[in-house]
Design a protein around this ligand. Structure first.
Ligand SMILES: Nc1ncnc2c1ncn2[C@@H]1O[C@H](COP(=O)(O)OP(=O)(O)O)[C@@H](O)[C@H]1O
Ligand SMILES: O=C(O)[C@H](O)[C@@H](O)[C@H](O)[C@H](O)COP(=O)(O)O
Length: 160
């Protein structure tokens, strides 16, 4: 069974996802690496993505998860997956249910982490729209990112 590490920009999906994959010796997929070029351009300019912008991207990510399942590979995927219907696309046609980890945190904390992050296309100004778009998942392990990445990974290992 594969893991989806989800949450708004700055919640630590990439950091925690990479560390979890390292600990469990699983392949790590960062959904950010699979956005269409126009979507990266849009976000770089501070324009939030629409459902339409995300549709093909989510299908591509679902395809990667299906491929992994076919070869009996478990993967860790860091993906914003902000809406329930996006998470449904990710899960589409998979035999095994995805293990969803929802990273949440205080807006000020997330804003300050994004402000300090270097060399990333996503501007901190998009956090507010990300939080507005977010539909909190009901079927996820919910973790507060006030904790360190190491503690979060331990909580994930103990939580499933
Ligand atoms: N639990 C944490 N504690 C402290 N800093 C963190 C934590 N998780 C992430 N960070 C830092 O916050 C910033 C955003 O993390 P990142 O993994 O890029 O988030 P996301 O992929 O969700 O946008 C990075 O600079 C990262 O080093
Ligand atoms: O669906 C979206 O709007 C994007 O996927 C977004 O949520 C994601 O956060 C960006 O790709 C920026 O990347 P970071 O999450 O790493 O800031």
């Amino acid at each position: 069974m594969s893991y989806i590490i989800m949450g708004v920009s700055g919640s630590g999906k990439s950091t925690v996802g990479k560390l979890l994959a390292q600990k469990l010796q699983l392949h790590f997929i960062d959904a950010d690496d699979h956005h269409l070029a126009p979507s990266i351009e849009k976000m770089s300019q501070g324009i939030p993505l629409t459902d339409e912008d995300r549709a093909e991207w989510l299908r591509k990510l679902n395809h990667l998860l299906l491929e992994a399942e076919k070869t009996r590979q478990e993967v860790v995927m860091a993906c914003s997956a902000l809406k329930e219907k996006y998470r449904q696309v990710l899960q589409q046609n998979l035999e095994n249910e995805l293990k969803i980890v929802y990273l949440h945190g205080d807006q000020e904390l997330l804003q300050s982490r994004l402000g300090k992050r270097k060399g990333h296309f996503m501007p901190a100004a998009l956090l507010a729209s990300q939080l507005q778009t977010l539909e909190v998942p009901h079927n996820a392990l919910k973790l507060d990112v006030v904790n360190s990445p190491e503690v979060l990974v331990q909580q994930i290992q103990e939580g499933f």
